[in-house]
Design a protein around this ligand. Structure first.
Ligand code: FES
Length: 241
């Protein structure tokens, strides 16, 4: 039986939906990049779809990547497909004097993750090849399924969606904000209850605009969309393709 709740309670309901996402069940937030976080301080899983990152589709490809769901202070990671079957993810902060390293340079003898500051060179898995650095880059547990998906375990990873009630359209419009990744597209899903059927929710891109959009494109920035919630009850999730 569906019950109605007050406007104040419905805001808490969205907050509850977000909290459920953070503990991993029963809510599931898909992402490009699907971030499934446990509670704060535990290890989350960042799932990276190679189709969204062409540079990683060939051996030797590498990039610096900001992990969605981590605070802005968390450094980028260096993800490298060293061979057809080996993918590594390491921290981008040089252990010598904390400069940001480059993506992996693919070369048979001079290749590596190179720090421009003083020339330290690391292998794709973070091992030191040349100093002055003496300690490896922090490596994250990484599993490649051999075809299209890389699973990276990152301590403290949390997927973050904030929901704020806005004072328009009769009081049942929410601003949903979430981090996005360039090259990905996002949809908003709604459920009337945690066990209810999920449906695509249309949304506006301005606080007072018409809710006629169903897709928003990522740009590596925080995106905010505005969803209407007739009856003031339900849960929202963000789905990325
Ligand atoms: Fe990287 Fe010195 S900070 S080599």
């Amino acid at each position: 039986m569906q019950h109605t709740i007050s406007r104040r309670r419905s805001l808490k309901t969205i907050a509850l939906g977000v909290a459920a996402a953070l503990v991993g069940a029963p809510w599931r937030v898909k992402f490009v990049a699907e971030a499934q976080a446990q509670s704060a301080g535990e290890t989350g899983v960042f799932i990276l779809k190679l189709a969204a990152f062409p540079v990683l589709q060939n051996a030797g490809g590498s990039l610096l990547l900001q992990v969605p769901g981590m605070p802005p202070s968390f450094p980028q990671i260096v993800v490298t497909r060293k061979t057809a079957t080996e993918v590594y993810a390491v921290d981008s902060i040089c252990t010598h004097a904390s400069c940001v390293v480059n993506a992996y340079f693919n070369h048979p003898t001079l290749g590596g993750i190179i720090c421009n500051c003083h020339g330290s060179r690391y292998d794709a898995d973070g091992r030191v090849l040349n100093g002055p650095a003496t300690l490896p880059l922090t490596a994250y547990q990484t599993t490649f399924n051999g075809t299209d998906t890389v699973r990276i375990e990152i301590p403290g990873l949390g997927y973050r969606v904030t929901g704020v009630l806005t004072p328009v359209t009769g009081g049942n419009r929410y601003a949903l904000s979430f981090p996005t990744v360039d090259g990905s597209q996002y949809e908003i899903r709604h459920r009337a209850s945690l066990t209810g059927a999920e449906s695509t929710a249309s949304f506006a891109t301005t606080p007072e605009g018409a809710a006629t959009n169903t897709v928003v494109f990522g740009d590596n920035q925080e995106q905010t969309v505005y969803v209407d919630l007739p009856g003031g009850v339900g849960f929202f999730s963000v789905v990325c393709y």
